[in-house]
Design a protein around this ligand. Sequence first.
Ligand code: GLU
Length: 300
Amino acid sequence: MTGAGRYAPSPSGDLHLGNLRTAVLAWVLARRSGRAFHLRVEDLDRVRAGAEQRQLEDLAALGIDWDGPVVRQSERGGAHAAAIADLQEAGLVYECFCTRREILEAPSAPHAPPGAYPGTCRDLDPGAQEAGRARMAQLRRAPALRLRAGVDRASVHDMFAGTVTAAVDDLVLRRGDGVVAYNLAVVVDDAAAGVDQVVRGDDLLTSAPRQAHLARLLGLPVPEYAHVPLAVNRDGARLAKRDGAVTLRDRLELGESAAQVMGRIGDSLGLPGCTSAADVLARWDPAAPPDAPWVVELPG
Ligand code: GLU
């Protein structure tokens, strides 16, 4: 096998049909191309007790298998710290003393997209840095660490969307509470696992360019991306627990089988009659990817 794909759920609750469809597609695209497939639990944040085990069971119930041990992001602190140290050595990290509110209220730089970090702390003189540290100490917080991005946009290639260009700002590498930021962890962990194909929900499409930029600065290979449409409810809002019986567990409780739930996922891809992920592997044509969100309408 050369290269690897992956699925990287956050263990914040049970996987719903949209999450499961994304996992199936990630598995199918990896296996189709002879890649390994890895599972990584993104447990730096938003952890619910027991969710990880339940997610793994649900993926297995649909016929998804994976290679090697499940990686937990919380166990990768050494690698995350080493990557930040490399960037520091290259002069690409600075301390940020801004509160969230200050960032929101700061005038944004010309042409910067809304929400982009305006660069307030990028070039503070040593005196201002000392004052910032003292203020943080009073707030009992550490300064966040930010990347000196050096660019304001970057591009990646997406298997479905083609060339995607999006804004890159001085993104956070380590938060004020000491937790490593998702953008850093995902880049470091994918590269360490040999992941060269990233298939995930298209809510992360505009994050791919910043992640690719970070990978390049770290001297890591940029993976191939494939972002797939999310599942939504009848109103077009992202599918969520409040939409009713939307998880595999919910469907099983209503008397459906895992094969029937897999059938729903297959139907959404225009493949009636699927009973396991292997059926999608055998039949799905990635040249005709879903091009709109999956509007989930369920009985029960
Ligand atoms: N853990 C993220 C999520 O569950 C996915 C991150 C990724 O695939 O890069 O939304």
